[in-house]
Design a protein around this ligand. Structure first.
Ligand SMILES: Nc1ncnc2c1ncn2[C@@H]1O[C@H](COP(=O)(O)OP(=O)(O)O)[C@@H](O)[C@H]1O
Ligand SMILES: [Mg+2]
Length: 365
């Protein structure tokens, strides 16, 4: 702990933003807790940004949370959520832009609210091309005054290298404490389950009218709904149960139940449709969504239950009065049950998968 104390002294003494870096189970959150308590002895306004959307302490998983210390903490989970940013997955994979934007936004919010120190506790995604880009962009955007690097040997030097020449950023390389306990995949999943369960424990099923809210991070409800007659023609060409169809600049976005006949896809050309993007009804079931107000600020999460696409309504599980001031629904990619059990994931951070492109395609992907 000698190394840790020395670093904490120096970090507490200068600069506002402190970013931690380290692989999973390297003591990042433990250090964040120690540092936050340490800073509070010297500084009044200490904030923590919990950017670990997988193992969340502030707010539910899938949400980047920020809050202030009100007193000495025994656990980061005691921090009350002041502001949040909905990402909608337990992993940054495919959502790197949202992770960087969200972390940046939360740091800015903390500073705006008078934080004298902001400690950023991230995910342990440090290997691979996307993780490298994510961490690089995060450092670039946050411009931390101090960067705490927790590593066993030199396994994350690749992340430190680009920053090492930046004079305004002090780097603290610290060893992983010997007492660190490694968590397995299943344990992480169980911790997430409990965290979701706690969040949705008192949730009520409420009817959501899609016409009253705008959607984001999806194709769904971003185009022009197709008239009934055309919809029938499309359904008959594709020989499918067509629940929803709308024209979007990319082509036709359709939600179906069950299968469809691929041979019928070229027939859609007659309707002036150049590309078909198919979403499946089941992708909505259990989907984690975020509710945002008119400023785009996070209000809370919900879980989509049954959807009646004909009536443009879904039953949604939401805690408290999250829907009251909601103006926007941000679609996540994780699908969960009310008890927090993960039941699937909608890949590529969008609900939909491009199944068919065909002649007349303008070549864009
Ligand atoms: N200095 C320490 N003393 C005792 N236990 C520790 C210490 N540092 C970490 N741990 C334990 O090791 C586990 C992983 O640490 P954590 O801080 O959550 O890592 P990370 O945030 O990097 O994933 C946790 O269960 C934590 O309680
Ligand atoms: Mg952690």
């Amino acid at each position: 702990m000698g190394d840790w104390n020395n670093a904490m002294e120096r970090i507490a003494a200068e600069g506002k933003v402190c970013l931690l870096l380290g692989a999973p189970d390297t003591g990042k959150s433990t250090f964040a807790l120690e540092l936050a308590n340490f800073c509070l002895k010297k500084i009044k306004n200490v904030a923590v940004v919990d950017a670990d959307i997988g193992q969340s302490d502030i707010g539910p998983p899938g949400v980047i949370g920020m809050g202030f210390l009100k007193g000495k903490l025994a656990d980061l989970g005691e921090i009350e959520l002041e502001k949040g940013y909905f990402v909608g997955s337990n992993s940054p994979e495919g959502l790197e832009i949202a992770c960087v934007s969200g972390t940046f936004k939360m740091v800015q919010e903390a500073l705006k609210l008078g934080a004298q120190k902001v400690i950023v506790d991230p995910t342990g995604a440090v290997f691979g091309r996307n993780a490298r880009i994510l961490k690089y962009c995060k450092v670039d955007m946050l411009k931390p005054d101090s960067l705490v690097v927790l590593q066993n040997r030199r396994e994350i030097e690749h992340l430190v290298q680009p920053v090492s020449r930046r004079q305004e950023c002090k780097i603290f390389r610290l060893p992983v404490p010997a007492q660190v306990r490694r968590k397995g995949r299943e344990e992480r999943r169980e911790l997430r389950r409990q965290s979701f369960h706690k969040y949705f424990q008192e949730a009520k099923e409420i009817e959501l009218n899609w016409e009253q809210l705008v959607t984001s991070r999806t194709y769904f409800r971003t185009g022009r709904l197709v008239a009934e007659e055309t919809k029938n023609k499309i359904a008959s060409s594709l020989d499918c149960a067509l629940l929803h169809a709308e024209r979007i600049p990319e082509g036709l976005f359709a939600i179906i139940r069950g299968g469809f006949n691929r041979a019928g896809v070229p027939l859609l050309k007659e309707e002036g449709i150049k590309r078909l993007i198919i979403g499946r009804e089941e992708q909505f079931l259990g989907l984690l969504v975020g509710f945002l107000d008119g400023e785009g600020d996070y209000l809370g999460c919900g879980i989509i239950q049954r959807t009646d696409f004909f009536a443009n309504r879904s039953k949604v599980l939401v805690p408290g009065d999250v829907l009251k001031n909601a103006k926007e629904v941000a679609m996540g990619s994780l699908r969960i049950r009310k008890d927090g059990e993960e039941i699937g994931r909608v890949k590529s951070h969008q609900l939909e998968k491009i199944h068919e492109t065909f002649a007349g395609d303008d070549g864009t992907q």
